[in-house]
Design a protein around this ligand. Structure first.
Ligand code: NCD
Ligand code: ZN
Length: 346
């Protein structure tokens, strides 16, 4: 029998860019409408580096929440070569800081303050291994000679595996994985290594971005890969394996900065993320595993309770994609996978 309705515990988003100010006010309601909690990325300008920065950013998010919305921002700190282990520990002990984010210097949007010399963050990583605080990793090398399509696989060999070997016990989220190499590596990493997967990497390959014209709203980092890697992402996500869970990496940029001779990286998926996800799981015949991926595996890794509330998704005629949302920081184009999606959140 074909399923046309699905009720699951409310999902969380384990990788989300909310930005700040007018942009945040515009995009926040779209995440809060569907997700109970989200891991909030710290790549503001300037970045969220100290526990005090995170406390203030959290207050700004809570203030911007629409009346009557229940949404819990889970704060992260941006790891720099000057990060003070004691400050991170105090932030984590107080319950404010849920993870630390590692951006290799220059890897992606607003990552100029990221880490170049890994020896300089050894103290922080060791403290994190002792206390169990997760490290969220943007897994791409930035050496100019490494091809953009190889940067994730090279990162595993050159950076991630060495860090994990020299820091036993470090709990790592390899974020927004895009390759079969990453899915395989994470699968062999035991309980301390997990991965998040985005909507766009489940639905699209690089042909979608480049064949018949360049589609800037599909440009994100890590960049979309070939179809066989997309298939590996779908297999991992729909497997039921608690190693993999949803992190949308919804990353809003104003339309003019995307449709530009040097366009920004990031797909704004938040408003349609759950509809798209249900479509992917339905196509894979894996609707039974959707709740695990969207609502259970993330909390299990982060030591958080599963949400009490439930949401219901219903299958019907293809949904209308919003096109764009208006914000005081300009219009933001909403992700559209370019094919019909039949699931809506009630
Ligand atoms: C993100 C952004 O815009 O902040 N962009 C993206 O393409 N994913 C940064 C990131 O997560 O890499
Ligand atoms: Zn991101």
């Amino acid at each position: 029998m074909t399923r046309t309705s699905l009720t699951i515990r409310q999902p969380d988003d384990w990788h989300l860019h909310l930005r700040d100010g007018a942009m945040m006010e515009g995009v926040l309601p779209h995440s809060a409408a569907h997700f109970a909690r989200a891991i909030i990325m710290p790549n503001l300008v300037p970045p969220v580096v100290t526990a005090l920065d995170a406390a203030k950013y959290r207050d700004r998010i809570l203030t911007a929440l629409p009346e009557g919305t229940d949404f819990e921002p889970l704060m992260t700190l941006y790891l720099t070569e000057d990060t003070d282990p004691a400050d991170v520990k105090a932030g984590a002990d107080s319950g404010l800081v849920k993870a630390v984010k590692l951006y290799p210097a220059g890897a992606t949007t607003n990552s100029a303050s990221g880490v170049a010399d890994f020896d300089r963050v050894r103290g922080v990583l060791e403290m994190m291994a002792d206390t169990g605080l997760p490290l969220c990793v943007h897994g791409e090398v930035t050496r100019p000679e490494v091809d953009i399509f190889d940067r994730e696989a090279v990162f595993i060999e050159e950076v991630l595996d060495p860090i994990r070997r020299t820091t036993p016990g470090l709990r790592v989220v390899m974020e927004h994985i895009t390759t079969s190499e990453a899915a395989d590596y994470v699968a062999t990493g035991g309980d301390d290594l997990v991965a998040t997967i985005t909507i766009q990497h489940l639905m699209l390959d690089r042909n979608a971005m480049l064949v018949g014209g360049i589609r800037p709203h599909y440009y994100c980092l890590p960049i979309l890969k070939r179809g066989s890697h997309r298939e590996a992402m779908v297999r991992a996500a729909t497997s039921g394996d608690p190693t993999y869970f949803l992190g949308t990496d919804s990353a809003p940029h104003s339309k003019d900065t995307k449709e530009n001779a040097c366009g920004c990286a990031g797909c704004f998926t938040a408003p349609v993320a759950l509809s798209c996800l249900a479509e992917v799981f339905d196509e894979a015949g894996a609707l039974d595993h959707l709740e695990g991926f969207a609502s259970r595996h993330g909390p299990a890794f982060y030591g958080q309770p599963v949400n009490d509330r439930e949401i219901t998704l219903e299958k019907g005629d293809p949904i209308e994609f919003p096109g764009q949302i208006e914000t005081e920081a300009g219009p933001v184009t909403v992700f559209n996978p370019g094919r019909p999606v039949h699931w809506r959140v009630l």
